[in-house]
Write a protein that binds this ligand. Structure first.
Ligand code: TPP
Length: 529
């Protein structure tokens, strides 16, 4: 939840847990935040200092299950507050380390006797706000000039947008249009753009589109990547069509730049400032006329793997058709999340709501002058790096808490829901409008299809048949079962969208449909490259 809240608001997410098992239960969530670079502070309890090593209940000190040590490996800063006088300084360190780019989780452990002590405010206290001033002007002039020269010289440009480019994406889109380029996104950056933009060629990476692969394979003379660490799922298995000498990598994080050692140029700095500098210098006159304009005439040039299934009326409902229903039935202010498993691939490939750019609170279109969006706005979130099942369930609750201006739709699998579905009760308590959509295939579907595609022994993917509507109703949650596209007509969407609390939709999907996952299997070596 803290992860979702931080992604949505751009603020620090904070979570608190008790010592021992409370703290270890945080571990997967913290590791996920580390993988995705989310700013998060975990505060955990600890037995009293004099009890260390005496077999106290849930001892998580260095003499027991060493929680500071465990967290040290998946946070940027993990420390025991052993004296109350340390509390302020260590808190400042923990916050600043979490908010230093690339963002990361941090952890402080508080023994109960330290927590009970009084802290006297110090006159020399830390004024954290001074340290958080936005360093918006930091750019490397020399490399920006080199980038400008490359943009002018190139005749076919593809822009590659990663999820770290959120703040700059409006300016990047202006550059796409000015330079008559095409663009593709990583799966988790699809939520930053309008998937129906005529210059968009789709998702490159897990669940991606042939048109995106084609755009890069077709030999553009320049690829300009923004805000990405080229992780496995975001780079189509570190594709040679992407990571080569045609690439220019723009990022504010050196940690990301070191992931593209072959690129011809690294441009370090604030991405929006870099783009705005280029836009201000546009157009170089000699250039515009000789530019080969790409074909952006069609409404959508993103190639879907099976467009007929997107429109299919068949029962059981095809997951592709489910994506169509979700794309069309929710207002522009909706935030979607896709969980680990097939949900990620179906969503990356088929979810394509109408233009979400430029929508303000309540989904109202923003006026032109207010077009610049918040640096964290995205209509679709997923987690590609650590990717734990159930991440989307908690994160959806956190996003709803952080953004009261629209519904949140969590697309998850039945396996994931069986791991973390109890979090729905928090949405009940907090009266949050989260719609949980369960792709119910009574299986670990990704595992099942992975084994089939790889010709491996079919094993350990079946799940028991669960009626998630009954489960939800036992918690006082309004729930529906959908077996065919027509069943969506039975759901009162007006009531659903105005409800102050969660809704659950148990979708009994056609589990025989194969998700777009071949690339993942190539990485695993399960199918030949
Ligand atoms: C905690 C955790 N365990 C295992 C995995 C590996 N894994 C990824 S997807 C998946 C199956 C997901 O099943 P389900 O949630 O039912 O979604 P489906 O693929 O069927 O849509 C597994 C086992 C993981 N990512 N996280």
């Amino acid at each position: 939840m803290a992860d979702g809240y931080a992604r949505e608001t751009g603020r620090l997410g904070v979570c608190v847990a008790t010592s021992g098992p409370g703290a270890t239960n945080l571990l997967t969530g913290i590791a996920c935040a580390r993988g995705s670079g989310v700013p998060l502070l975990a505060l955990t309890g600890q037995s009293a200092l004099p009890l260390f090593g005496r077999n106290a209940l849930q001892d998580s000190s260095c003499a027991g299950v060493d929680i500071v040590g465990i967290f040290a490996h998946c946070t940027r800063y993990s420390s025991l507050v052993s004296h109350v006088e340390q509390a302020e300084t260590k808190m400042a360190h923990a916050i600043l380390h979490a908010l230093r780019k690339p963002y990361a989780p941090t952890h402080l452990s508080f023994p109960v006797d330290v927590l009970r002590s009084l802290v006297m405010p110090r006159s020399t206290g830390h004024e954290l706000s001074k340290l958080f001033r936005e360093k918006s002007c930091l750019i490397d002039e020399r490399t920006v000039e080199a980038l400008e020269a490359e943009l002018i010289a190139a005749s076919r440009i593809v822009f590659f947008i990663g999820d770290g480019a959120a703040e700059a994406v409006d300016s990047i889109m202006t550059l796409v249009e000015l330079s008559r380029g095409l663009f593709v996104t990583t799966p988790d950056a699809k939520g930053l753009i309008n998937p129906r933009h005529p210059a968009y060629r789709g998702v490159f990476g897990l669940g991606g589109h042939a048109s995106a692969q084609q755009a890069l394979a077709d030999g553009p003379d320049l690829v300009v990547a923004f805000g990405t660490g080229f992780s496995e799922f975001a780079s189509n298995n570190w594709s040679k069509d992407l990571l080569n000498q045609r690439l220019i990598h723009v990022d504010e994080s050196e940690d990301n730049l070191i992931r593209s050692p072959l690129s011809k140029l690294h441009v370090l700095g604030h991405m929006r400032a870099i783009c705005d500098r280029l836009i201000a210098a546009w157009p170089p006159r000699s250039y515009v006329n000789r530019r080969v304009a790409p074909d952006v005439s069609a409404v959508s040039r993103v190639t879907l793997q099976a467009p007929d299934k997107y429109d299919s009326d068949a029962t059981p409902i095809k997951p592709q058709r489910l994506m169509k229903e979700l794309s069309e039935r929710f207002p522009p202010s909706t935030r979607f999340l896709a969980d680990a498993g097939n949900s990620m691939m179906w969503t990356a490939h088929y979810l394509q709501p109408p233009n979400r750019r430029g929508t303000g609170p309540g989904g109202r279109p923003r006026s032109r002058s207010r077009e610049r969006r918040s640096g964290t706005a995205s209509w679709l979130r997923m987690t590609l790096e650590f990717a734990p099942m159930g991440w989307a369930i908690g994160a959806a609750v956190g996003i709803a808490r952080g953004n009261p201006h629209g519904p949140v739709v969590c697309i998850t699998g039945d396996g994931s829901y069986l791991m973390s579905g109890q979090e729905i009760t928090t949405a009940v308590e907090e009266k949050l409008p989260v719609i949980f959509v369960i792709l119910n295939d009574h299986a670990y579907g990704m595992v099942m299809h992975g084994q089939r595609l790889a010709g491996a022994e079919p094993t350990a993917f079946e799940l028991t048949h669960v009626d998630f509507r009954k489960m939800a109703e036992s918690m006082g949650v309004v729930a529906h079962v959908v077996e065919s596209p027509a069943d969506f007509e039975q759901i009162d969407f007006d009531a659903l969208l105005t409800r102050r609390g969660p809704t659950l939709i148990d979708v009994r999907i056609d589990r025989e449909e194969v998700p777009p996952m071949v690339q993942r299997l190539k990485t695993l070596g399960s199918v030949s490259a």
